[in-house]
Design a protein around this ligand. Structure first.
Ligand code: GDP
Ligand code: MG
Length: 264
């Protein structure tokens, strides 16, 4: 069976790289077979040691030097060059034969979500056993307008890729108990989020919050945002179960094979 490939995406600094490392360690401890891939040509995190690193083929600093581009232009050029080198990434990944592949995506979400090359990357790397984990930044999530904006953003990403998507609240150790409870309530009862977002009237000709919320309801996003903390190693079992739910309908996996246990 082909591996389940999970693309970890979200706004810059949301915690993608840290979560990729911590979740891999957790899966490894549980006895699941997992590998990590770095798709960020600009990755400079010394704590991240991916099994397959696109920087073996495309490095942001090299693109800047050879194409004489500034960091922004080079990031765009480099993310397109990743697509060109994808066969090499796949060839490096193939002999590792894991059941799960965690893919860390470029720091800036738009380089993954809004570049045409990314669709080709996802298609070639994970095919129809791909899933997107969209990270919610805790500082945005705790504010009603930030939370609604991230729900809209994650729906946009899901729409772009046409893939299953799991919403993940990252770094929830940075939130107070009260904030965590508030976010959980918004997830469980969207009406409470409606009340929160309509409490402040919009200024000038800003889009009325109530209308925006109705649009969100029609979109029918996944309201559930799974709380995690890579720092405190929390939430990984729930995240893993959410992935299971998508691909195996929630069956237990056999710890030796990482596949659904046959006698269940
Ligand atoms: N408190 C806390 N900080 C975190 C956590 N995960 C990541 N960070 C910090 O958030 C910053 C950005 O993390 P990083 O993984 O590089 O984000 P990325 O740009 O989305 O890949 C770094 O300073 C991390 O140390 C977490 O679970 N808790
Ligand atoms: Mg990163």
């Amino acid at each position: 069976m082909d591996p389940v490939t999970i693309y970890i995406t979200g706004t810059a600094g949301a915690g993608k790289t840290t979560l990729t490392t911590a979740w891999k360690a957790w899966m490894h401890d549980q006895g699941y077979s997992v590998t990590t891939v770095n798709l960020d040509p600009g990755m400079e995190d010394p704590n991240f040691d991916p099994d397959v690193d696109v920087r073996d083929w495309v490095k942001l600093e090299d693109v800047m030097a050879t194409a004489k581009l500034g960091p922004n232009g080079a990031q765009i050029a480099a993310s397109d060059m990743v697509a060109v080198n994808l066969a090499s990434v796949r060839d490096a990944l193939e002999p590792l034969r894991s059941d799960y592949v965690l893919v860390d995506t470029p720091g800036q979400v738009e380089l993954f979500a809004f570049r045409e090359a990314s669709r080709a990357i996802v298609e070639e790397l994970g095919g129809d056993r791909s899933l997107i984990a969209f990270l919610f930044d805790p500082m945005l999530t705790r504010v009603p307008s930030g939370f609604v904006s991230l729900l809209l953003f994650s729906s946009t990403v899901q729409f772009r890729f046409g893939l299953p998507l799991v919403n993940v609240l990252a770094k929830d150790d940075l939130l107070t108990e009260e904030e965590r409870h508030q976010i959980a309530t918004w997830c469980e009862t969207p009406e409470s989020l409606y009340d929160a977002i309509t409490a402040t009237p919009p200024r000038g000709d800003a889009l009325p919050s109530a209308e925006l919320f109705r649009a969100l309801e029609i979109l029918g996003p996944n309201w559930n945002v799974l709380p995690t903390s890579a720092r405190e190693e929390r939430g990984f079992a729930d995240l893993y179960n959410a992935v299971q739910q998508v691909f195996f309908g929630g069956e237990d996996l056999d710890k030796d094979s990482g596949r659904p246990a046959e006698n269940h």
